[in-house]
Design a protein around this ligand. Sequence first.
Ligand SMILES: [Zn+2]
Length: 403
Amino acid sequence: MAARLGHPVAPRIRVRLEAKKESFDLSGFQLKITDHRGRSVAGQSAVSKSTIRVHCSGDQLKVQSLDPGKTGIALLPEKIQIESATGVVRLENVPHRDRLVIYHAKGLSRGCEVVNEMDLEEYLEGLVNAEFSAKWSSEAVMAQIVAARSYALFQIHAAKANPAKHFDIESTVKDQVYGGMLKEDAEATRLVSATRGMVLSASRFSSKAMKAFYHSTCGGLTELPEKVWGSSEPGFHSRVRCEHCKSSPRFSWSLSVSLSDLQKRILDAMKKEGLPRDWEKVISSAEEFSKSARLENVAVSGANHPAQNHRLDDLILTWRWKGGRKIVPLSAHTFRMWMGPDQIRSTAFSMTAKPNGYFFKGLGNGHGVGMCQWGAKVMAEKGKKMSEILSLYYPDATLRKFW
Ligand SMILES: [Zn+2]
């Protein structure tokens, strides 16, 4: 059995539900609004059912009661906390556990940040059916829960380094998809409880959670974090051959794209995100480039090693600009994000030129780091245990019980 470490209780997690929301309704049984010191504000007490509208569009945070017989708008501090007597607060009618915290960025961009603070184990109950499905074999779901708990705990620790940040984790694909209590069910609750406190750490000597990435379908081989995001992560030293995801509907993919579509998507993404660093040396103005550059050719860089890894590191793009040629590298991961991760489903692809465009043929779906979700599902269906699934996909990690 895994050793118990110095975490007597599950920590709380701060999940960012909204980054910039201008006006929204909150409801719950006897809503209580408090400031950052826990002092009651806005006189929202002793009403059995409360609904409030929060306005974040102006210079001040305003709250208006929508309960019958109550009118008027209260001006509030920049940070407020909302709780209810039943422990459930509805944001635009979607129920959320425990507490919502609202931050108003004064004088800066319009809108409020909305953060849901709750117990990490309760968060996982809502996550199960958003990120995967409680209907999958129990051992696979439990492996997923342990990975998700580890990832979340890693983010809780990482956020402590930046006290100005109001949240630990995003509720979108940027971290883990979370939609509140609507997705909770009895099976999700049972499986979270069965793995309570179980966390992957980077080694036998580490007492911290590791960033246990996972993805849909690896396509036969998992990937290292440094190959995707450019920096290594503790606990990932080995790629893993996976024999289990061949039956995934996402095991392989193909796509035809015209050269003009490729050009448009790359230039549109560049307008939003700026020039990749390697490009700054050869391109003087991102704005001018995005207006007048013409994409001439896309090729797989000769620096890739297909014998060792089916994923690509770099592509080479040739542009026509200002009467000359500009030849620049682009990481395969950035290319995938810019083209749309649901179009170029992985960086394990080959490409062939066709008239006015390219044909892409690829394997797997997702970044490929850590656990292959489809592989875990198939392993569990074949009778493998949670610990066997985790030790295949996280061969360098140690499973521990933290609380
Ligand atoms: Zn796989």
